[in-house]
Design a protein around this ligand. Structure first.
Ligand code: DAK
Length: 263
């Protein structure tokens, strides 16, 4: 691949968008390669993904403005669909995805981080939706996911004003869960991913699905979604081991690390 690297350490996969000369901007090739990388993740051996950008300056500085500038309406629509499909694939990916935001996360860069389950960032991170200054609306889900992630008034303010915010403000408004010095960011992302990966994989997947699907419907329907995914955990090895450990007063209360059980 030209612009994506993928590395796996134990149960954690690290996807790096590697186009630092253009601050990891998303062109069609990056989007195609990201799509193919996600398709190739081995879900039997991977329990959590980290998405980051190469270099110490930028996570993703948005969609590639050079490539977009010459698009026809039809090509613009096709580019938008390509991005939206990949972002949705990330959002609904069966296992959690952590965005380790190591610098600029502007436009499509902010939006791709919003498609991840959890965002943490470095002290030099900068978030923003500058699209209205370019004469367009956020096109990779920014108007939808930002307003569902932080409070609606603040999402509107950021989008209408095209104002970029630094890491401390992103933390204050709940856009990121934590801010770390740049040199600690990946270690912290891996630590969090490993913590997630130690838990029962079917339960973690079902939590992601329950939260995501439940947020789309009213509470009566959401509770039914939760019931089904709760029930789905029973009779799995991890459910038996997890509850067995408790009943046997196993001080460690650790789950056996079993491969993902396809049912
Ligand atoms: N696209 C292409 N190249 C980019 C880029 C981008 N978004 N951002 C940076 N680069 C390139 C620069 O052109 C430069 O390349 P060279 O000149 O060296 O060849 C190189 O990266 C380094 O950038 P700078 O020299 O500008 O670096 P600075 O430190 O001075 O500034 C910056 C860093 C991030 C503040 C600045 O580069 C900047 O403002 N970049 C643009 C940020 C931005 O506006 N991002 C939002 C893009 S709009 C759609 C769906 C989605 C979208 C659109 C449509 N549809 C549904 C159709 C999404 C839109 C966006 O994301």
């Amino acid at each position: 691949m030209e612009f994506i690297t993928y590395e796996q350490e134990e149960f954690v996969g690290v996807i790096t968008i590697n186009r630092p000369k253009a601050l990891n901007a998303l062109n069609s090739t990056v989007l195609d390669e990201l799509n193919a990388t996600l398709d190739n993740v081995d879900l039997n051996t991977t329990r959590c993904l980290i998405l980051t950008g190469a270099g110490d300056k930028s996570f993703v500085a948005g969609a590639d403005i050079g490539e977009m500038s010459t698009l026809t309406k039809a090509e613009g629509e096709a580019f938008g669909k390509k991005g939206n499909d990949v972002f949705r694939k990330l959002e609904t990916f069966p296992i959690p995805v952590i965005a380790a935001v190591n610098g600029f996360a502007l436009g499509g860069g902010c939006e791709i981080s919003l498609s991840c389950d959890i965002r943490i960032c470095s002290e030099n991170a900068m978030f923003g939706q500058p699209e209205v200054g370019l004469g367009i609306t956020p096109g990779f889900g920014g108007t939808q996911r930002l307003a569902r992630t932080i409070n609606v008034g603040m999402a509107k303010q950021l989008i209408y004003s095209a104002r970029n915010i630094k890491a401390d403000e992103a933390y204050r408004i709940g856009l990121v869960n934590a801010v770390y010095p740049q040199e600690e960011l990946m270690d912290q992302a891996k630590k969090l991913a490993s913590t997630i990966a130690k838990n029962a994989p079917i339960a973690v997947r079902n939590c992601k699905k329950a939260i995501n699907d439940g947020l789309q419907v009213d509470m009566d329907k959401a509770i039914v979604i939760e019931e089904k995914l709760f029930g789905d955990c029973f009779e799995t090895e991890d459910q038996k081991a997890g509850m067995g450990n408790f009943l046997e007063k196993d001080k460690e209360k650790k789950l056996k690390v079993v491969p993902f059980q396809n049912k």
